[in-house]
Design a protein around this ligand. Structure first.
Ligand SMILES: [Mg+2]
Length: 216
């Protein structure tokens, strides 16, 4: 599916790619609505409705991913809830075997995430991905999400790479389309970012279920 001799640089998303998105979905769709409902004295359904309205207004922007934004908007310390629940996050199947493979192949490997630094730090404290990466990059350092061209131009200036010889693996297909527009040659998405959800059969970009399809 992929000619590794044509790839020098591998860019890997974190949530839904290396880590199971089940944690994030549970955090945002169950845990946070419950806390918000308790604090506001609302029923759970009313809390969900209010949250959904606020969240859909920011989808695809950096605020959507910004824990400081949600702390200010929701009126309680979302950072604390991230720190206290991140132990529940887990790696997707074959992640460490794949990262070992990339190391053995001497690829330049970067973690490129939209996750806020509080989320990144909390998850890395639970699952230490650091040793496998040349750099860990969050889009918050460029004030632009991976969905935007602004991100890719700023990122490429700070971490030079040849887009024609680069692979991006990301469960977010809007991000993959933005990367394609920027000129990144090799793009792969995931069929099951959340282990508790159905396997996707229709994707815009080439897709894998698990990483063994790339290195076994
Ligand atoms: Mg993701």
């Amino acid at each position: 599916m992929l000619d590794w001799t044509a790839v020098d640089t591998v860019l890997l998303d974190m949530d839904g790619t290396l880590l199971d998105l089940a944690y994030d979905n549970h955090f945002w769709l169950e845990h946070i609505p419950k806390v918000f409902a308790e604090i506001q004295g609302l029923g759970l359904e009313e809390a969900r409705t209010q949250l959904n309205a606020q969240m859909s207004a920011t989808q695809g922007t950096l605020d959507w991913y910004c824990i400081d934004h949600w702390t200010n908007t929701l009126g309680f310390d979302v950072r604390e809830h991230v720190r206290n629940t991140a132990y529940q996050s887990s790696a997707r199947p074959q992640v460490f075997e794949f990262l070992d493979f990339l190391r053995a192949q001497n690829k330049q490997v970067l973690l490129v995430t939209n996750a806020h630094h509080v989320v990144l730090d909390s998850k890395l404290a639970n699952i230490d991905l650091r040793p496998y990466f040349d750099h860990l990059v969050t889009s918050h350092q460029f004030q632009a999400p991976k969905e935007s061209q602004a991100f890719w131009f700023s990122f490429a200036r700070s971490y030079p790479f040849n887009p024609r010889r680069t692979l991006l693996i990301d469960d977010n297909e809007t991000v993959l389309s933005a990367a394609k527009q920027f000129g990144i040659e090799h793009l792969i998405t995931l069929r099951q970012p959340d282990s508790t959800e159905d396997i996707k059969t229709n994707t815009l970009h080439p897709a894998i279920l698990h990483f063994d399809e790339l290195f076994a």
